[in-house]
Design a protein around this ligand. Structure first.
Ligand SMILES: [Mg+2]
Length: 267
């Protein structure tokens, strides 16, 4: 496979570049590929399904781990959800559940993040400090007609919160409660939604045919990259593969590697 003509490389973060945003230890193979791509003059970007942290926070985490790129090239699930809402209703009033990151990305997009009616959109990200009142208010607003957005789609995920290592209930599970209570179905925004992948590539000024998606997860990174028409590279990692719903999207990568160092000779 010849990857020398590919000009935009979009990386997943958790379990691809670093262990995860709460344990930002870099993977050596990812670092070597990143450096090789920089030397070749490729444009590097990030599309992560993390919605707990803002684009700015993810940017800081990967930069500290040694991956250099401009802040404008970092897209979180929160930023993707904000773009999704903005494209349909600029300046919309949004009730956002999340740990602060998604709220920052929504505000950065010019959306009105508020806890008071009227509410145009309800957006739910993973939130380990969420209260019953917030969940109940979100449910009421959806019942009143606000579209429900799930910021990314993990059922659960490993992390560390208030000093405690654990598995935590993800946004998809919180949204399931609201769906159950209202009978409304959420729109899941994040990988593998092709619209998000296409939008990321377009905003950066590239074509999907010139772009590569690199990730560890067939059901998010690969399914989303394939559906958008990108070349997809799956790197094998031992564990920490988060469960996502990929529907009937194609999860077969263009290339599967045991180490991202194998990709360097194809550049
Ligand atoms: Mg990952």
């Amino acid at each position: 496979m010849d990857l020398s003509k590919k000009t935009l490389w979009v990386f997943d973060v958790d379990n691809t570049m670093i262990l995860d945003v709460e344990h930002p230890t870099p993977f050596e193979d990812a670092m070597k590929l990143w450096q090789a791509l920089l030397e070749k003059g490729a444009t590097l970007a990030i599309l992560t399904n993390v919605g707990r942290l803002s684009s700015r926070q993810v940017h800081q985490a990967v930069k500290k781990a040694g991956f250099d790129l401009p802040l404008e090239n970092v897209y979180t699930a929160g930023a993707a959800a904000a773009a999704f809402v903005h494209n349909r209703s600029p300046g919309a009033r949004c009730f956002v559940i999340g740990e602060g990151g998604a709220q920052e990305d929504f505000i950065a997009r010019g959306l009105d993040v508020t806890s008071n009616p009227p509410i145009d959109y309800v957006a739910i990200g993973a939130d380990r400090g969420m209260t019953f009142h917030e969940l109940n208010f979100a449910t009421k607003m959806v019942k009143n007609g606000a579209p429900l957005i799930c910021i990314s789609g993990s059922r659960d995920y490993p992390g560390i919160y208030l000093g405690q290592e654990d598995m935590f209930i993800g946004e998809r599970s919180i949204v399931a409660a609201i769906e159950h209570a209202t009978g409304c179905k959420a729109i899941t925004v994040g990988k593998p939604l092709p619209e998000i992948v296409e939008e990321t590539v377009k905003i950066l000024g590239f074509k999907v045919s010139d772009s590569v998606m690199v990730g560890d997860n067939p059901r998010s990174d690969i399914a989303g990259g394939n559906a958008a028409g990108m070349t997809t590279i799956l790197v094998h990692r031992d564990d920490n593969i988060i469960d996502f719903e990929s529907g009937d999207l194609d999860t077969t990568p263009s290339l599967k590697v045991q180490s991202l160092e194998e990709v360097i000779e194809l550049l």
